[in-house]
Design a binder for this molecule. Structure first.
Ligand SMILES: [Zn+2]
Length: 669
């Protein structure tokens, strides 16, 4: 997900810093390089699938179809869903046949499903209590509540299980939270076997403010169906005891699911157009005053769709040596109908570069939905093979348009294919995606991230491996999971070099493709590629919220007679690190005659002192003048002027004001 707080809330927070330090979150040095000429080289491959029957409303869909494409993932869950949208009542009615292939060994007696729309059921759900009914800068509109009801649950033999439905709250015991449900099975499922359930459900769509819902005649159906939780066999994400990974829907958390197959039939009013995960199995057809779509997707871990009568639809085929063939489909809000080239360009640049860096994009479609302005809460969000851009609020937006598209396409890797647990290790999605986004924005659009400014926004450094609701607040979550994690990756890159960093990320992305990697898996890749231990670094800055804080504490200067050269000066400069250990700290000393001396402190102790003998008085000392220490967020104590009496200084070639200008002119953090 893209946090617009970087454009709004944090920008406001940062105003003081920006004014004080000069600069902005992003900078535009020189002219923007044009996009590389990338045009479709061949048509996208056509979908390889044998779709099933079964799109009658109210009846359970059949679980007959079998994909003919080679499985890229372990397809644990298989969904066949028929859903009907009624915009008048803002409801979805669905019938779902789900087959769960037990990936572990022990008999399992209970299945668990996420009923995410229940996050919006009342003010007392865990999501609403934690978020205060606000996500990013979007607030829940009046009477914006929504919910999901299971109306029928049966085994494949027809035995009703509806009386066995039990809501559970493993994270906080909040009995008003019904986002996670337990279903006790009549008979246990053994490891390696499968079980099929048939569910009927209704969704009362919330008004859009947090990813899903309805706004006018626009509908974003994300997290809209009962979705089975992830069962982790021994070894998955390092677990030593197999079992369910169970979490409620939280104010800051996103999602975690198993890979599988989706065969989804969507009925909407005739004037509506539907965008969805996967590809349409056949042309939408009109039947009984409904327009019926059928989509299929495999090797994905979620399925989302959007519908509107206003979409301006356009699509292009695209391929490169690393992108086997994809149809990019745009579903634009009419306000952005003239901006399609910008969306296509950004999408092509992202697909092309990320496929080169992180492995081929293996899907045959990528859909981009541009919501209307009043559905901005649905914007800037990733789903498998479908992303949303920010809501269209102006006809000529700045490069945040491209940045959002690039970011969400980045998530096709760090979320889509590298399906981390976003409840527990959200940085593996957001920081990695933000890192990739910065690289591409710099390469394609010449927009540089102002990392020292961004670092100064991290006022509450916390571990990157916290469960999302354990951060001290939504701001702290954003600061760490998006910004600090990205700075850690940039800091690793600074230490190992860009080429090695590229090798690290490429190895990680390719090795854990279609799996559920953890932070420890990433650490192992870093260590294997660089052939050294990173345990101390990870312990300080990733498994904990370490932050170095360097300070020039004191400057003492006295005159000293130099044999042969006459009067000279001896300066003692005391420096300290008030935060986490950090090696190789550059320090620059500037003298009144304009010359400078640079030293590197090895950072082994908390404090040290430098002695300098010079012929002109010391003017100032500055730690990290080039702002290479990306994890330091408190820059205010990095610089200190020596106290020089004006009459002493007057004998030197530069005046104090001139010197200050010289030094301060470079003071951009
Ligand atoms: Zn994101």
């Amino acid at each position: 997900m893209k946090p617009p707080t970087f454009r709004t809330k944090i920008s406001i927070l940062a105003l003081a810093a920006l004014t004080l330090l000069g600069g902005s979150l992003w900078s535009y040095p020189g002219a923007s390089p044009a996009l590389a000429g990338m045009s479709a080289q061949k048509a996208a491959k056509s979908p390889a699938v044998s779709p099933g029957k079964g799109n009658a409303q109210q009846a359970f869909p059949e679980s007959a179809p079998v994909p003919v494409s080679e499985a890229l993932s372990q397809r644990v869950a298989e969904y066949h869903i028929d859903v009907k949208l009624d915009p008048e009542t803002a409801t979805l009615k669905g019938a779902e046949t789900v087959t769960w292939n037990h990936p572990g060994r022990k008999p399992v007696s209970d299945l668990y499903f996420h009923l995410y729309p229940n996050a919006f059921e009342s003010r007392n759900t865990t999501f609403m209590k934690e978020s205060g009914g606000e996500l990013r800068s979007d607030k829940m509109p009046d009477n914006g509540f929504g919910s999901m009801t299971l109306t029928d649950v049966r085994t494949s033999e027809g035995t009703s299980l509806i009386q066995r439905v039990q809501y559970v709250q493993p994270d906080d015991g909040n009995i008003n939270d019904r986002t996670l449900v337990k279903l006790h099975l009549p008979e246990p499922v053994n490891g390696g076997e499968s079980v099929t359930l048939k569910l009927q459900f209704e969704v009362k769509l919330p008004k859009v403010f947090a990813r899903m819902g309805i706004a006018g005649n626009f509908v974003m159906a994300g997290q809209w169906f009962p979705k089975i939780s992830v069962y982790e066999p021994v070894g998955t994400r390092g677990v030593t005891q197999e079992g369910w990974n169970l979490h409620q829907y939280h104010g800051t958390s996103e999602f975690y699911s198993d890979f599988g197959i989706y065969n989804v039939t969507i009925a909407v009013p005739p004037e509506y157009t539907v965008a969805a995960t996967g590809f349409p199995v056949k042309t939408a057809k009109l039947k009984q005053n409904q327009k019926i779509y059928q989509f299929y997707a495999d090797d994905v871990h979620d399925f989302a769709w959007a519908a509107s009568p206003d979409f301006v639809v356009t699509e292009e085929a695209f391929s490169t040596p690393e992108v086997p063939g994809v149809r990019i489909k745009l579903y634009l809000d009419p306000l952005h109908k003239d901006l399609k080239e910008r969306y296509f360009q950004a999408a092509k640049a992202a697909l092309s570069a990320f496929s080169k860096w992180y492995g081929p994009y293996p899907y045959s479609t990528l859909s981009i939905v541009v919501p209307p302005k009043d559905a901005n809460g649905a914007g800037g969000m990733e789903y498998p093979t479908l992303i949303t851009a920010f809501g269209a609020s102006e006809s000529s937006p700045d490069t945040s348009l491209e940045r959002t598209v690039v970011h969400e396409i980045g998530h096709q890797y760090f979320y889509g294919m590298l399906a981390s647990n976003e409840f527990e290790e959200a940085w593996l999605d957001e920081s990695f995606t933000s890192y990739a986004e910065d690289r591409l924005m710099e390469q394609e659009y010449g927009v540089m991230a102002n990392l020292p400014i961004q670092a100064s926004l991290v006022t509450s450094p916390q571990a990157l491996t916290l469960e999302t609701w354990k951060y001290s607040g939504a701001d702290a979550y954003t600061q760490n999971v998006y910004l600090r994690g990205k700075l850690v990756l940039k800091d690793i890159e600074r230490q190992v070099g860009t080429k090695t960093m590229d090798a690290i990320l490429s190895t990680y992305a390719n090795k854990y493709r279609f799996r559920h990697p953890t932070t420890r898996d990433f650490q192992k890749v870093v260590e294997n590629v660089t052939k050294k231990s990173w345990q101390n670094y990870f312990d300080l800055y990733i498994y904990d919220g370490g932050a170095p804080d360097f300070s020039i504490d004191d400057i003492q200067m006295r005159t000293k007679e130099n044999a042969g050269t006459g009067q000279g000066y001896e300066s003692i400069v005391k420096v300290s690190n008030r935060g986490s250990h950090y090696a190789n700290v550059p320090i620059k000393f500037t003298f009144s005659d304009g010359h400078t001396v640079e030293r590197v402190w090895n950072g082994d102790n908390k404090n040290t002192a430098f002695q300098l003998i010079s012929s002109s008085p010391l003017l100032s000392a500055e730690i990290d003048p080039q702002h290479t220490l990306l994890l330091e967020n408190k820059h205010i104590n990095n610089f200190r002027l020596a106290e020089i009496k004006p009459d002493t200084l007057s004998r030197w070639t530069l005046t104090l004001s001139k010197l200050l200008e010289t030094v301060l002119g470079t003071l951009v953090w």
